[in-house]
Design a binder for this molecule. Structure first.
Ligand SMILES: Cc1cc2nc3c(=O)[nH]c(=O)nc-3n(C[C@H](O)[C@H](O)[C@H](O)COP(=O)(O)OP(=O)(O)OC[C@H]3O[C@@H](n4cnc5c(N)ncnc54)[C@H](O)[C@@H]3O)c2cc1C
Length: 468
């Protein structure tokens, strides 16, 4: 029996072995290590994982269990209402006197972790962001609300630290405490809607690294010019892996830079690493402005006269608006749990400005259906689209779904892939099927006239312009 007390390593949004500072530090201490994951739906309310992220979580945990088993270790699963109580029970059962974790930054998680730090022997580490919120501030000490100066300021910090190696082994206690069975948590859907998810994704740590390597080899050099075209595989699709921490952002950062140095493609890579910093920016916004998950950052938008129209919301959710690029995006989301960034911006603008429905409704739908649903990125993206967030789209910027479709899906292959009803329509009508001599009968007519909807939105937004 080792005479040193074991360390509990609490895995949270860092479901990986590579570049896991808390795990590496626990191993280096020479103490036996007990990896733990806690399922605490009540503590996570109101932002409990949606249907799609529950699917991913199940597989990410299975993968972590398997990887730890290969090292002769075990992931101990416990569920309950309060993480603190669960940790205290585990400390009593195992004799552990230390808990190690990597820091989290969502407001509710910060509150939980700060409370726990006051009563439990916790050591925390930096591992989930390139730079932690608060690393840089404006000259007056305030958080940045505009991306470019935030980015420039971070560039002066130099590169984030190099990632840590995957551990080759770890010391285990003589016996592990009892674990619940993952299946008992019922994370997988009861009805069979997840077939396409299995076809599209490999939700494991190895899957994350493969995805990164494929992207760096095949697409990163062209990222700057191709990232806006949803029919191309022009972006990394690493967002769900980043959300669950199956790959660390600094691993991607350093791999991308090393790739640029050896293989060329510098401007593409720089555009890409810059995008990773948007993730830090979104998190620092939520960290400093904790109410912005559901409340507009710009206060004047709190009184915006949003409409309430369940039937219209449903049409948007189901991809039945009659605007091909909007419907293609919403159907891609439903089938694959993911949507291309350009299309996220288009469908969000459509909901908020063409339909005048609240951005919070869009955020909630995305939360339930995206496999990368992430509180910081999702709130930030929706506030951006609604014009009420940081560095947001100006209120008069209203995406024209027909022009966006022509510009970013010129051959129509994205629209045709997701809307079979339009597959045989000639290119010239594809982006505005209602202009065809005989529009397809099985595809809806546009639910609004974009030009009058635009005028209506501008009028409502103009009324707000002068306030504050
Ligand atoms: C309305 C709306 C909602 C969104 N909701 C989410 C969400 O819930 N989860 C999520 O991860 N992203 C969200 N985004 C941001 C962005 O669309 C996705 O991160 C991106 O499409 C993921 O694809 P990718 O990994 O191929 O991105 P890449 O282009 O390959 O970028 C690499 C990584 O950088 C980060 N990133 C890229 N763009 C952004 C951005 N605009 N804001 C913050 N981080 C970014 C992501 O972590 C992404 O994985 C949202 C955007 C909008 C407009």
């Amino acid at each position: 029996m080792p005479d040193i007390s074991p360390i509990l390593v609490w895995f949270r949004n860092d479901l990986r072995l590579h570049d896991h500072p808390a795990l590496s530090a626990a191993i280096e201490s020479g103490a036996p290590v007990i990896p733990v994951y806690l399922h605490t739906p009540e503590a996570d309310a109101p932002w409990q994982p949606g249907g799609a992220t529950r699917w991913w979580l199940h597989h990410a945990l299975t993968d972590l269990q398997d990887q730890l088993a290969e090292l002769g270790s075990k992931l101990v699963l416990r569920s309950g209402s309060h993480p603190g109580e669960l940790l205290e029970v585990l400390m009593r059962e195992t004799g552990a006197v230390h808990i190690f974790w990597n820091r989290r930054y969502e407001p509710q998680q910060v509150q939980i972790d700060s409370r726990l730090k006051k009563k439990l022997p916790v050591k925390s580490f930096r591992g989930s962001m390139l730079w932690e919120p608060g690393t840089v501030t404006t000259g007056s000490g305030d958080p940045y609300k505009v991306f470019t100066p935030f980015y420039k300021s971070l560039q002066k910090e130099g590169d984030p630290p190099e990632p840590l190696a995957t551990p080759k082994g770890l010391l285990s206690p003589d016996s592990f405490p009892a674990s619940e069975a993952l299946e008992e948590w019922d994370l997988l859907p009861r009805i069979d809607w997840d077939k396409e998810l299995y076809e599209q994704w490999t939700p494991t740590e190895a899957g994350a690294h493969e995805q990164m390597e494929t992207f760096l080899d095949e697409a990163a050099a062209q990222y700057k010019s191709e990232r806006d075209f949803p029919a191309l595989k022009g972006t990394s699709r690493l967002s769900p892996y980043l959300h669950f921490g199956q790959i660390s952002p600094r691993t991607i950062w350093h791999e991308a830079k090393a790739h640029a140095a050896t293989e060329g493609g510098g401007t593409g890579i720089e555009a890409y690493t810059r995008q990773l910093v948007w993730r830090d920016f979104a998190m620092q916004m939520l960290f400093h402005f904790p109410h912005t998950d559901l409340h507009p950052l710009q206060e004047k938008y709190a009184d915006f006269p949003w409409l309430s129209d369940d039937a219209a919301l449903k049409k948007w959710q189901l991809g039945q608006t009659g605007f091909p690029i909007v419907d293609a995006g919403m159907r891609e989301l439903w089938s694959t749990g993911w949507m291309h960034n350009r299309v996220r911006m288009i469908v969000a603008s459509f909901l908020v400005k063409d339909l005048l429905l609240p951005w919070q409704e869009g955020a909630k739908w995305f939360w339930d259906t995206l496999i990368d649903a992430d509180l910081a990125n999702n709130s930030f993206g929706w506030q951006w689209a609604g014009g009420c967030g940081a560095d947001a789209a100006p209120y008069f910027r209203i995406f024209n779904p027909m022009l966006q479709s022509k510009k970013f899906d010129p051959s129509g292959s994205y629209v045709r892939r997701w809307i079979p009803e339009l597959r045989d329509l000639p290119d010239e009508y594809l982006h505005e099927p209602w202009t065809a001599p005989s529009p397809p009968k099985n595809y809806p007519a546009p639910m609004v006239d974009h030009h009058s909807a635009r005028d209506r939105a501008l009028e409502a937004l103009n009324n707000l312009k002068g306030e504050n």
